[in-house]
Design a protein around this ligand. Sequence first.
Ligand SMILES: Nc1ncnc2c1ncn2[C@@H]1O[C@H](COP(=O)(O)OP(=O)(O)OP(=O)(O)O)[C@@H](O)[C@H]1O
Length: 297
Amino acid sequence: MINCEGLVKIFKSEDIEVVALQGLNLTVEQGEMMAIIGNSGSGKSTLLNILGGLDRPSAGQVHVGGWDLLKIKEEQLVEYKRKTVGFVWQNNARNLLPYLSALENVELPMTLGGKVDREYAKQLLEWVGLKDRMRSRLTQLSGGEQQRVAIAIALANRPAMLLADEPTGSVDTATSDQIMSIFRKVNQELGITIVIVTHDLALAGKVDRVVAIRDGLTSTEFLKRNPSLDGNAAGFSSQEGGLQDVHEAFVVVDRAGRLQVPKEYLESVGISGRASMEFDGEKIIITAPKSLEGDSQ
Ligand SMILES: Nc1ncnc2c1ncn2[C@@H]1O[C@H](COP(=O)(O)OP(=O)(O)OP(=O)(O)O)[C@@H](O)[C@H]1O
């Protein structure tokens, strides 16, 4: 569904240049529900905005569902955004019209798409647990309920992919759990691909795969040890650090053989700038540089 290779995004202003994505590689399969985690400034939102067609990549390759987002024309981008992408933000206000009912809000993107399917709009509101609140105006709904309307809106045009940027950032834990269950349900019911950007490890623990981004590059991947467990399964830890309990961590190695070694590992063995690397037939061993004296003899 998604394939990024060597994706670069540079923000230029008058006197500074920020390289937000530094050649990022990422593949997401059709129907996958995965999360991207990373510290503030690591490039998560930049990546999501590019995937959502809200921002243009600077270089590299990015394909989503048959579209080449580096080469796509402006007019095609409108179609791409309408048909392929559904977006959920932390702050849902920009998705919603407060003076309309929940149902009317869900029908609005359908109107723009040319065909209102009231039954489907109702079905979506039922899926997000708002069957009895369909006729309520947005102003009569709580923040968590509004966020659930926003999810229904994002799904209104039957997109192939749902992108969520910190979707649980401003709701309490119970609502956060509810939102993650909704994502899981629509992922299973509709087969929709879901990419969630977050810095919340507890939330990341509720998906099958987590990709960590550091400094604009994918660094580590976490795969669920038992994929049949979902976020609601017994024993599933939602505590911070839960990610390591249920997922196995893998370092990402790109096509050219590059990988990121965690800073704390480098510091603990005193590596900076250069390192020695040996292969013993089974393992690759990276150590602090061996003395150069031997080399000069
Ligand atoms: N429009 C912009 N102009 C200039 N620099 C930008 C712009 N948008 C993002 N950046 C820079 O790009 C880098 C990545 O930002 P991005 O918002 O993608 O990070 P993030 O991981 O989503 O962070 P956060 O979790 O805080 O939202 C940061 O250094 C940021 O300052």
